[in-house]
Design a protein around this ligand. Structure first.
Ligand code: BGC
Length: 408
């Protein structure tokens, strides 16, 4: 058996990291999400579905706003050389004319502490949440959101710019548009396709102008977004309607936003979670689901390879900014990481310029509309004491990061 063991090495200088976002871990944030999740309408809906609304409130998060040094130490204990964190617009600009110096100093401190620990920093400026005053004025469906966002970006550039290695202007803009304006399951909880189109275009423009601004200050900056790329494939490639449908889904879900910003990105940020085997009849997806996560999401590592192949078409370096699973028993995570990385490696061996892998997530965190039950962390977090406990898979990931290779 020993002879069958394979060792796959990653390029020198490969970025190994973990990913988090501000709202999902910090705690104590007031923004459009915090207000929406506490709203009467939301609680009623949850109760109607037999859920306890308290399990769907972010509240103190993982208390990472207070425990950030501990979290950075956890990242170091994994032998990672990078970290992706988010900063919260609503903290920095709680009102239109209010800039919170303490908050920006706090983020500077986090980034400097990361640097002290030799961690490269990837920083998300916007991960779906907005200050309430922005949402009250119509959110991303209104053009003014672009100007407001750019004001915030200016402030971040001036105050934190020197500490940021990889800029993520927007995290998965399409998810905000789709869940916030079409499905209505994220704030602003609309079902309005026209507003969805406006938000889509405004987000694209906001990115382009932020890209330009950041480059005015830092010509060599690495600026991009993260895109959730789903691996769509026809269930039966010989069945023309399924082939066409898979292409349509791919175009609207994966390609359309990137096509708009393709000249304004220095790298392609990839978030990979989903494989979609497309059939011609509703609900259009029929996965084989041989292996799934706690959320029933199919585990399909080959899709990572195809997502990388697709992004290679943009001729930019690729950084995997998110990949992970909900696995409270930690029975699948180690295997999941290794298998996905072996497909990352296969793509690299065939010439893809992949520069890094950030695992989602460092901690069990607040999983948006799904609340607290999904466990995505390499470290479990006790909901009342906030104590962090390492899961066994974290040791496997730490070995990989230390040796810059995977043994399979
Ligand atoms: C998001 C994260 C989320 C993760 C798992 C990604 O699409 O950026 O915020 O926790 O998926 O669902």
């Amino acid at each position: 058996m020993e002879n069958n063991k394979k060792e796959i090495k990653f390029p020198k200088g490969f970025l190994w990291g973990t990913s988090t976002s501000a709202y999902q871990i910090e705690g104590g944030i007031t923004n459009d999400w915090s207000e929406w999740e506490k709203s009467e309408a939301r609680s009623k809906k949850l109760k109607k579905n037999g859920k306890n609304p308290a399990d769907y409130i972010c509240g103190n998060g993982c208390s990472s706003y207070n425990r950030y040094k501990e979290d950075l130490d956890l990242a170091v204990s994994l032998n990672t050389n990078s970290i992706r964190i988010g900063i919260e617009w609503a903290r920095i600009q709680p009102d239109k004319d209010v800039w919170d110096v303490e908050a920006i100093n706090h983020y500077r401190d986090i980034l400097r502490e990361a640097k002290k620990r030799n961690l490269k920093t990837a920083v998300t400026l916007w991960h779906w949440t907005n200050p309430t005053w922005v949402t009250d004025e119509g959110g991303w469906a209104k053009k003014c959101a672009i100007e407001y966002y750019l004001g915030y970006v200016d402030f971040v550039i001036e105050n934190l710019g020197g500490e940021i290695d990889y800029w993520i202007t927007l995290n998965e803009p399409l998810i905000h548009v789709f869940n916030g304006y079409i499905r209505g399951i994220f704030p602003p909880a609309k079902n309005n396709i026209f507003k969805a189109f406006k938000a889509f275009n405004n987000l694209a423009e906001a990115h382009k102008r932020a890209y330009e601004k950041i480059h005015n200050y830092f010509p060599d900056a690495m600026v991009g977004i993260t895109a959730l790329i789903n691996d769509f494939e026809p269930a039966r490639p010989w069945l023309i309607p399924e082939k066409i449908l898979a292409n349509i889904f791919h175009y609207f879900w994966n390609h359309k936003f990137l096509k708009k910003i393709k000249n304004d990105m220095d790298y392609a940020g990839l978030d990979y979670y989903f494989h979609d085997r497309i059939v011609w009849y509703p609900p259009f997806r029929k996965n084989l689901n041989k292996k799934t996560t706690d959320l029933g999401w199919e585990i399909y590592p080959q899709g990572m390879y195809r997502a990388i192949k697709y992004l290679s078409g943009f001729n930019k370096p690729i950084i995997i900014m998110e990949n992970g699973l909900a696995d409270s028993a930690d029975s699948r995570r180690a295997e999941f990481i290794k298998e996905h990385l072996s497909y990352v490696h296969k793509a690299i061996a065939e010439g893809a310029d992949v520069r890094g892998y950030f695992h989602w997530s460092l901690l069990d965190n607040f999983e948006w509309a799904l609340g607290w039950s999904p466990k995505f962390g390499l470290f479990a977090v006790d909901r009342s004491t906030f104590a962090r406990t390492k899961r066994a898979s974290a040791d496997v990931y730490a070995e990989i990061c230390k040796n810059n290779k995977v043994d399979i």
